[in-house]
Write a protein that binds this ligand. Structure first.
Ligand code: ACM
Ligand code: ZN
Length: 556
């Protein structure tokens, strides 16, 4: 009798045990994630997400839990039930103020639960992004056939090295649809990049609707013809096709909201005083010469820049009023790069202003221009960022410098106790060639240069010359994507990935945790994710292997 009961109990326990444990799916990603966390250890077994998985979260994390539920729902075709007490087979979010940094998080996956802790929704969001990368690769719209997904048991503690992790997109030289911009932002989010720098105005087009100045988009958003082939080539070839487009304010709001939902701040760039010919073509009275001006179809630097007359300032203030309303973030980028002073030298109004303000030269006049705009924007609670040329003639008191011509500008600005963002061309310009073989291929034209994946990866955003005190002014790195030679979204994707993935690790991962071989190993599943999402990435493992040797030979 006793033996029978014991045997029955054993059998019962056996049945209970096995009905509680789910079969583990075979397709488990144990390769790792990008960017590499502070610490990450895989454990035994896996958690299985399926139609029975529940979710528990504090109200403060509702948007993040919603993001995850929606993402999981689209993959296992099930809605997760919200519970209000801890239970097994659940994804559990906890708000934990002991994690001091708002972007820090912990993620613990066991066969029983997924536990996410963070002090803020932003940290919790990054835990979710890590989780996304640990999920099996499924095409964007596909539902897992078994209606389940295995997540490897893992223990992650994580926080970023830099508070600013940026990625820029130039939508002027070529214009891209709202849906593409959203996907670009979504991939940034997956890589824990938190700032989208949106280059909206330039010589070749004005791409943001400004209600007060309708000519900007009626005239300034379109050019008559575009240069095809290489910039320096003679004779130049033109396509003779009208080209352009712009984002309505409704579309801008939609993109800003989409980014906000992914904890990404959008920084709009409105170029001044140079790179302004599309604005001048729309309102010729704002130039020194009166024109004629045209929306440019060729690249490079153009001499037609804003005149420093009062009308220009009231125009720019009107533009910035609307821009400041549309973008809730603190920063507005005012450009400031590549402004030839030829017309200012010849202009009565500009010269009179130099005299009346006691300025030494046209560089100081540009500095006066930028400082005046800064003051206006500071008055609206905004801060300015400018390319490193804004150092010339004296820095505006509160400006952040985006260092692109090497790191000299960053060093100078940090020494003056100004914040800096690091985008030196030789590491951060993703419009430069990524493969030597592409330089001989007419089908993959690029603007020039050579910034292979390993070079991007090797970037240390902190210039060596800085003292410990000065280093604090380095906010973080940014990858820049200028699109003169990116006519299509496919070409953008080809140029951007995988190099932006390397830059994501530069911005997030502690220096001592960076390892290029490990990065390449972890890149594989991420590339598979991109492929499943239909992203036309440019990853060619054999070229990357070859380039390691050429980079070693070239050195810095
Ligand atoms: C720049 O590349 N002109 C900032
Ligand atoms: Zn002038």
């Amino acid at each position: 009798m006793t033996i029978k009961i014991t045997r029955l109990c054993t059998l019962l326990m056996f049945v209970l045990f096995y009905s509680a444990c789910k079969r583990t799916p075979e397709n488990i990603n144990r390769t790792g994630i990008i960017p590499q966390p502070v610490s990450m250890e895989f454990g035994e077994g896996a958690f299985v997400i399926d139609e029975d998985t529940k979710i528990l979260y504090p109200d403060a994390f509702a948007p993040v839990a919603g993001f995850l539920s929606e993402y999981i729902g689209s993959r296992v075709n099930a809605e997760m039930e919200r519970i209000d007490e801890e239970d097994s087979d659940a994804i559990i979010f906890r708000q934990d103020q002991s994690l001091e940094k708002e972007e820090a998080y912990t993620l613990k996956v066991t066969p029983k639960n997924i536990e996410i802790s963070a002090s803020s929704p932003k940290g919790a969001f990054y835990a979710v992004q890590s989780l996304r990368q640990l999920m099996p690769v499924l095409s964007n719209n596909a539902i897992s056939e078994e209606g389940e997904m295995g997540i490897p048991a893992v223990d992650i503690q994580d926080e970023p090295r830099f508070g600013y992790r940026g990625q820029m997109l130039d939508v002027v030289r070529h214009f891209f649809p709202v849906e593409f911009v959203k996907q670009y932002i979504d991939l940034m989010a997956m890589l824990k990049i938190n700032t989208f720098h949106w280059h909206l105005t330039d010589d070749q087009g004005w791409r943001i609707e400004i209600k007060k100045y309708p000519e900007l988009t009626r005239v300034g958003a379109y050019r008559d013809s575009t240069l095809i082939g290489l910039y320096g080539e003679e004779p130049q070839q033109w396509d003779k096709k009208r080209y352009g487009g712009f984002y309505t304010q409704e579309e801008v709001k939609e993109i800003v909201k989409y980014a906000q939902d992914r904890y990404i701040t959008v920084i709009p760039e409105i170029e001044m005083p140079g790179h302004a010919e599309a604005a001048l073509a729309s309102y010729p009275e704002l130039g020194c010469t009166g024109g004629p001006y045209q929306v440019q179809g060729t690249w490079g630097i153009h001499k037609n820049i804003f005149c420093t007359k009062e009308e220009t300032f009231s125009f720019l203030e009107g533009v910035l009023d609307e821009v400041a309303e549309l973008f809730p973030g603190t920063y507005i980028h005012i450009g400031g790069d590549e402004a030839p002073k030829d017309h200012w030298e010849q202009c009565e109004v500009c010269q009179a202003l130099i005299r009346s303000k006691g300025l030494v030269d046209e560089s100081e006049l540009q500095s006066y221009f930028v400082q005046r705009i800064e003051k206006y924007l500071n008055g609206k609670g905004k801060q300015i960022i400018g390319w490193d040329e804004i150092l010339e003639g004296g820095l505006a008191p509160n400006a952040t410098v985006m260092s692109w011509r090497g790191t000299k500008g960053a060093v100078e600005a940090a020494k003056q106790h100004h914040n800096v963002i690091m985008t030196p061309t030789s590491y951060c310009y993703l419009d430069y060639y990524q493969y030597q073989s592409d330089q001989d291929d007419r089908n993959v034209l690029a603007i020039g240069g050579y910034v292979p994946l390993s070079k991007v990866y090797s970037f240390d955003p902190i210039p060596e010359e800085l003292t410990a005190e000065q280093k604090k002014y380095v906010l973080g790195p940014q990858a820049n994507v200028w699109t003169e030679y990116m006519e299509t979204t496919d070409k953008v994707e080809y140029m951007v990935y995988p190099r932006a993935i390397a830059m994501a690790e530069v911005g997030w991962t502690a220096k001592e945790n960076k390892d290029y071989e490990s990065f390449l190993y972890r890149l594989q599943p991420l590339i598979e994710h991109l492929e499943a999402m239909g992203v036309n990435h440019g990853y060619k493992p054999e070229e990357v292997e070859k380039e390691k040797q050429t980079v070693a030979a070239i050195g810095e």
